[in-house]
Design a protein around this ligand. Structure first.
Ligand SMILES: Nc1nc(=O)c2c([nH]1)NC[C@@H]1CN(c3ccc(C(=O)N[C@@H](CCC(=O)O)C(=O)O)cc3)CN21
Ligand SMILES: CC(C)C(=O)C(=O)O
Ligand SMILES: [Mg+2]
Length: 270
């Protein structure tokens, strides 16, 4: 079993592996492959729910997908990604919403897209026993404020602000930190400055771990971000299977004898 305690102390030569999953069969495959952390990402908005951003994703959607993933996972740490406006507005609501992920959906931890407004919340949740993974750099819930999904931390002021926020979240108790779409040399410095592990996406090779969105890895979507890598063409495999089924039904080949059964007792009901 992967624990937040074990991840915190993971030595430098054993990179942390993390992937998203949004359903039980996918979580089973990811867990059985020995991936350390499964993130039930709000990227489900784009990846599986048909939205064009993460903003419409609801607490109930992440809650139900987290429960499905947790039921299928034996070893990996399951992290629920808190959706847009489910945290950071009101402290009591934030605690209740994050708490439901642990109490009801069986997550091991939550992730919050972080900023100056999440330092005290990270402290509070950690104090209450809800482990927090922080997330800095490109925070997609800010897409409207940022005006797109551009690289972050690219000038000295922004880079210094990011490093300071990373330190503040570590001090507040975050057990790890996702760094998204930031320069590799900045991610390396943040990684060196922190004791807790950094997990990069589009942040170069020098973080303590890597994370990608599972549908990008599997090639399920036509589009994927510039920093991701496609390790399979499941979209192609799915299209082939669906087309083969259609052709067999239209050609009268499916169902065959082995897919049917006949009961002589019901021969004469018409
Ligand atoms: N399937 C999937 N994979 C992801 O990695 C992902 C999601 N969905 N949804 C939430 C966010 C959005 N992400 C994105 C989306 C677009 C770019 C991108 O195209 N960036 C370009 C141009 C950005 C612009 O100018 O708007 C770049 O060159 O940085 C990067 C990350 C990463 N996250
Ligand atoms: C890409 C990761 C870090 C994420 O936040 C998500 O999948 O929602
Ligand atoms: Mg997310």
């Amino acid at each position: 079993m992967v624990t937040t305690r074990e991840l915190r102390s993971r030595s430098d030569d054993e990179p942390i592996t993390m992937l998203t999953a949004y359903d039980a069969p996918t979580a089973e495959v990811v867990d059985e492959a020995g991936i350390d952390v499964i993130l039930v990402g709000d990227s489900m908005g784009n990846a599986v729910l048909g939205h064009d951003s993460t903003l419409p994703v609801t607490l109930e959607e992440v809650h139900s997908r987290t429960a499905a993933v947790a039921r299928a996972t034996d070893d990996a740490l399951v992290v629920a990604d808190m959706p847009f406006l489910s945290f950071g507005v009101d402290e009591a609501d934030s605690v209740e919403n994050a708490g439901r992920m642990l109490k009801e959906a069986d997550a091991d931890a939550v992730k919050l897209e972080s900023g100056p407004h999440t330092v005290e919340l990270t402290r509070r949740l950690t104090e209450l026993g809800i482990p927090v993974m922080a997330h800095l750099g490109l925070t997609p819930q800010h897409v409207n404020e940022l005006g797109g999904y551009q690289r972050q931390g690219t000038d000295p002021d922004a880079a210094e602000r990011l490093l300071a926020l990373a330190r503040e979240h570590e001090e507040a108790g975050a057990f790890s930190l996702v760094l998204e779409h930031v320069p590799a040399n900045l991610a390396a410095q943040v990684t060196a400055a922190l004791d807790v592990p950094t997990i990069g996406i589009g942040a170069g090779p020098d973080t303590d771990g890597q994370v990608l969105v599972i549908t990008d890895v599997l090639g399920l979507d036509e589009w994927s971000p510039p920093f991701s890598k496609q390790y399979a063409d499941l979209r192609g495999a799915m299209a082939e299977a669906v087309t083969a089924y259609k052709e067999e039904v239209e050609g009268g080949e499916f169902p065959a004898e082995e897919h049917s059964h006949v009961e002589r007792d019901v021969d004469d009901v018409y």
